[in-house]
Design a protein. Sequence first.
Length: 316
Amino acid sequence: MVTIAVIGSGVIGLTCALELALDGHTVRVVADTPPERTTSAVAGALWFPYHAYPRKRVLGWSAKGLERFTELAGMPGSGVRLETGVMVHRVERPDLDWATGLRVSRPAQRDELPVGAPRGSVLELPLVTMPVYLAWLADRCRESGVAFRTDRLERISEAPAADLVVIATGLRSGALTGDAELVPSRGQVVRVTNPPHAPLTHWMVDGDDPTRLTYVMPHGDVVVCGGTDIDGEWGIHPDPSAEAAILRRVRMAVPALQGARVLSRAVGLRPGAPEVRLARADLDGREVITCYGHGGAGVTLSWGCAAEVCRLVSSS
């Protein structure tokens, strides 16, 4: 058993910390941002391996995530449920390798598709209410002996004394590791009221064309609507014109949202990379395991990548 400092308090950092603690290691999470203010908290959070590479490893990590989220679905306080919805396809032969083995998977009927959508699939996937889930993860970490420290590290050498350092701080990982290939993909969402007279429960994703990315993720009284996917854009303030375009698209796709009141808006910078950085290395005089670059699939890959981090620790 070793002492481990996990840098980052988003879904990747917390999941790694929890799994490492459950393996018997002494774990401390160091972050300058609380979980509820991380990029993870912005996510609509449907289990779906979106913009993450390399494909073979991603599919393996995703399968582990599907297994764990299915176990968590319905667990009081977890914020996870299994929900059916429609994945719109705007290409003739959509890639559905990632959907193999789902309990519900069938072609969508015409009356199940948004207006103008050519085809789609009805799927049952885990849907995660992130503010609830992140709080649940943090509580499980504390119950398992994980300590938390608030601090902003400018270099890996500033991490607390530990046998290993896990770098899981999303987009900031690039500055810590010198990884120039890690770039943001700007995602903007707007949160609206769920119609009280006929609340939405099913999700919808229309994402084959990133210039008109549209998704609707119901979470109780709130519906998370998106979105944008703009590579190389660092701005973190919501763009009113982007919000207006999102609302037009979601209201056209889901007419029940026509009168929904806007509650809040947010921007998250997805950590994009040519492939997920999950490996051991010696950096800045410290022994490190990197775990970042998950693109738009941090939630989806979190349990699988945390399991691999544990294996890398055990293999030392």
